[in-house]
Design a protein around this ligand. Structure first.
Ligand SMILES: Cc1cc2nc3c(=O)[nH]c(=O)nc-3n(C[C@H](O)[C@H](O)[C@H](O)COP(=O)(O)OP(=O)(O)OC[C@H]3O[C@@H](n4cnc5c(N)ncnc54)[C@H](O)[C@@H]3O)c2cc1C
Ligand code: FES
Length: 271
């Protein structure tokens, strides 16, 4: 049986520049690696350290895993400087992923902000693989500027798929930008979905998740139909050290995906 606590070796096969500070790393693990969309892995850069990331690739593909990483600090900046063929370690998968079985027959609203589109790409790819099971997939994505938009070539392809509706916005436009300008909450009006049969999934920076959740509640989404991907500083990733505590939950073990119903009474949820 696979030991999820022991890192397995993986080679960085490709590195894709997504934005000025976000890259996608295509990893080829030494053995097939299974994960459920929304679960996370601990990625080790040998001799440097490790950090948690949620794969951004299709969970049906086990031979390669993509992780889309924003450069924010020590481990991530060193990762951004490695070259192809570097060896890394991956352990996991950990936590609970998106409850995709519960989404069958529903209209699914996915709201992403910034690098939060990374785990959502994995979710989208798993939904696209079984699109007949779902009524509709609606993606609303916000980035700071046009150059901060992730997966610039993929998003137009997604929007052409059957049963899929996509709108992207930027906080600040540029001369060549012809799309929507405004925070992601401004493109949550007039959604092409029926609320009585819809679920929503939100991932992005805490401040964005807070205002999107308030907006969704305002629109009439019930707390149990809003799913959030929570991020907390992690250490063990195994529910043992307490670093990732959120109210009575450990994000690593009980999450990182929670319904808002689970978290609504937790103080400091958006810190
Ligand atoms: C379950 C989970 C999934 C994640 N998935 C992704 C992903 O797909 N892509 C991605 O780019 N990032 C993701 N993150 C965030 C990523 O883990 C942190 O950016 C990374 O650990 C920072 O490490 P560092 O050594 O570069 O930064 P540090 O030098 O440790 O810190 C730099 C800054 O980042 C903050 N920070 C550090 N660790 C975390 C953390 N674990 N969560 C949030 N903020 C942190 C610090 O407060 C500090 O402000 C995820 C985090 C979690 C918990
Ligand atoms: S990271 Fe140690 S308990 Fe969650």
């Amino acid at each position: 049986m696979k030991n999820i606590y022991k890192p397995i070796e993986a080679t960085i096969e490709d590195i894709i520049d997504e934005t000025p500070n976000i890259k996608t790393f295509v990893l080829k693990p030494r053995e097939p690696f299974e994960f459920k969309t929304g679960q996370f892995i601990e990625l080790t850069l040998p001799g440097i350290g490790e950090a948690p990331f949620t794969p951004s690739s299709d969970p049906n593909v086990k031979e390669k895993i993509d992780v889309t990483i924003m450069n924010v600090g020590r481990v991530t900046s060193l990762l951004h400087n490695v070259s192809k063929n570097t060896l890394v370690g991956i352990r996991g998968p950990y936590g609970k992923g998106y409850p995709t079985d519960e989404f069958a027959g529903k209209e699914i609203l996915i709201v992403g902000g910034g690098v939060g589109l990374a785990p959502l790409r994995s979710l989208l790819l798993s939904l696209f693989a079984q699109i007949d099971q779902y009524k509709k997939v609606v993606l609303r994505y916000g980035a700071r500027t046009p150059s901060d938009i992730l997966y610039k070539e993929l998003i137009p392809q997604w929007s052409k798929k059957k049963k899929v509706n996509v709108v992207t916005t930027v906080d600040v436009g540029e001369k060549s930008w012809k799309g929507h300008v405004g925070l992601v909450t401004t493109i949550l009006e007039d959604l092409p979905i029926k609320l009585n049969n819809a679920v929503s999934i939100v991932c992005g920076p805490p401040i964005m998740m807070k205002f999107v959740t308030l907006k969704l509640l305002d629109l009439g989404f019930k707390p149990e139909n809003i799913y959030l991907s929570m991020e907390k500083n992690m250490s063990c990733g195994l529910g043992k050290c307490g670093h990732c505590r959120l109210g009575k939950f450990y994000v690593c073990k009980d999450g990182p995906v929670f319904s808002y119903e689970q978290l609504q009474d937790v103080r400091d949820i958006w810190d």
